[in-house]
Design a protein around this ligand. Structure first.
Ligand SMILES: [Zn+2]
Length: 440
């Protein structure tokens, strides 16, 4: 059977009518609420505090009666607080890196691994992975969910998996060329890093490799960065969303129309809420993504606050034929947002503006200096090629103007030569907050 570039792994569920999706959701929601209430002390306590019982969930809208679950809830009840199955049923453990550096453990039964593989297979199929493809998986095979998530999905499709993990960039390029890798999976930032290493080796990624598709996630990446990756690699990119608490990657992905990410709604209920008040927002309104897992077996989560900022799109149909609701690309995280003199700024908004300029290269740094009198925002960007001092000044002035017009901040922009700012093999650390108020 010849499969098109983008195809459905499970059309009977991916293209099912809205009525059926909602019927499945309600049935599974009621089931999971009963299960957590009967098997988990913390859920039962929280529901009692709110005066809600499992039988109060009669419609999907009734989900709003249920209490939220936060990352902090998971952290303070580690390691087993939110487990709803005996530990002997656990076949795999992963973890999410907390701000303190201690992982929050998440648990999987064999049912969970099966479901995770299913949503990853759907996601990779949406990105065009077929059994004829060679998939190079650059996230690590570790407590981090990235590597294994891609692996389980690709195994279901029958693609050739190259489980190389992160780092060793020269070896990545070598392997890619020798094995004819066609799809790259990882963090968007790493695709830029790999391209730089390829050029250093005299390899043009757009001509000298067969990589034409990329699936990237785990951190925010702006549309401008996306265009840059697509042009350097001559590849089509797909934005995958997920997190360890929700199996891992595979909660949502964009289809070939790239107008939002389909959430696999038979596995998740998605809501968007006001991050400060917790009020549920309408479609198109921007706020914090909240997910309820419908099929997770070991550690179901009810109304889990992700801290990721997005919105549910009010589009009724997608040309790809999938009927599952779409969310916008992630705009930021509630904890990544920084405040400059009272104005809320998300790093992606800055990235989007600077990376949109063709003279700007691959790396940038945002430095926020918090002083008693005012906050100062410094932005350092690399130029794409070495520029004269005059040209650097002119570019800095232009970027500062754009940022002021669009974000209502007045940054000090400095343009530096290509290759001078730090590189990252994993998640990038491009934001530095310096508190010089003497208060911290
Ligand atoms: Zn679609």
């Amino acid at each position: 059977m010849k499969m098109p570039d983008s195809w459905m792994y499970n059309p009977s569920l991916e293209a099912v009518s809205r009525d059926v999706i909602e019927r499945i959701q309600l049935e599974r929601l009621r089931e999971v609420v009963h299960r957590v209430y009967n098997n988990n002390y913390h859920y039962r306590l929280k529901m009692k505090e709110r005066g809600v019982k499992p039988e109060d969930i009669k419609t999907l809208k009734d989900i709003e009666k249920l209490p939220y679950t936060t990352k902090e809830d998971l952290r303070v009840t580690q390691p087993f607080g939110y487990l709803v199955t005996p530990f002997e049923n656990i076949v795999e453990v992963h973890g999410t890196s907390g701000t303190t550096g201690e992982p929050i453990f998440v648990y999987y039964t064999s049912i969970d691994i099966e479901n995770w593989g299913e949503i990853m297979a759907r996601s990779l199929a949406a990105a065009g992975l077929t059994k004829r493809d060679v998939l190079q998986i650059t996230p690590s095979f570790s407590l981090f969910t990235g590597g294994f998530g891609f692996y389980y999905g690709a195994r279901k499709i029958g693609a050739t998996v190259v489980p190389i993990g992160p780092g060793y960039s020269k070896r990545q390029i070598y392997v890619m060329q020798k094995l004819g890798t066609t799809m790259l999976a990882g963090i968007a930032n790493y695709a830029i890093r790999l391209a730089e290493v390829a050029f250093e080796m005299g390899v043009d990624p757009s001509k000298d490799t067969k990589v034409r598709k990329g699936v990237f996630g785990a951190e925010m990446w702006s549309d401008s960065l996306r265009k840059k990756i697509e042009s350097i690699w001559n590849m089509e990119t797909y934005d995958i969303y997920g997190m360890a608490e929700l199996y891992g990657p595979g909660t949502a992905i964009d289809c070939q129309y790239h107008s939002g990410l389909h959430v696999w709604e038979d596995h998740f209920v998605v809501e968007v809420v006001d991050p400060r008040t917790g009020d549920v927002l309408e479609p198109e309104e921007k706020g914090e993504l909240v997910f309820t897992t419908l099929t997770k077996d070991a550690m179901p989560l009810i109304r889990y606050r992700t801290r990721d900022i997005s919105r549910i799109l009010d589009q009724k149909q997608c040309d790809c034929g999938r009927t599952h609701k779409k969310i916008d690309r992630i705009q930021g995280r509630t904890d990544d947002m920084f405040i400059i003199n009272g104005v809320n700024i998300w790093p992606t908004a800055v990235e989007s503006i600077i990376m949109g300029d063709p003279l700007v290269g691959n790396e940038y740094q945002i430095i926020v200096e918090k002083k008693p009198s005012e906050d100062i925002l410094f932005i350092r960007v690399e130029s794409v090629t070495k520029l004269s001092e005059d040209a650097k000044m002119a570019l800095a002035k232009k970027l500062a103007y754009e940022l002021r017009e669009r974000l209502i901040v007045s940054p000090i922009v400095e343009v530096v030569d290509p290759g001078t700012l730090p590189r990252f093999d994993g998640k990038a650390k491009r934001i530095i907050i310096k508190d010089v108020t003497g208060l911290k």
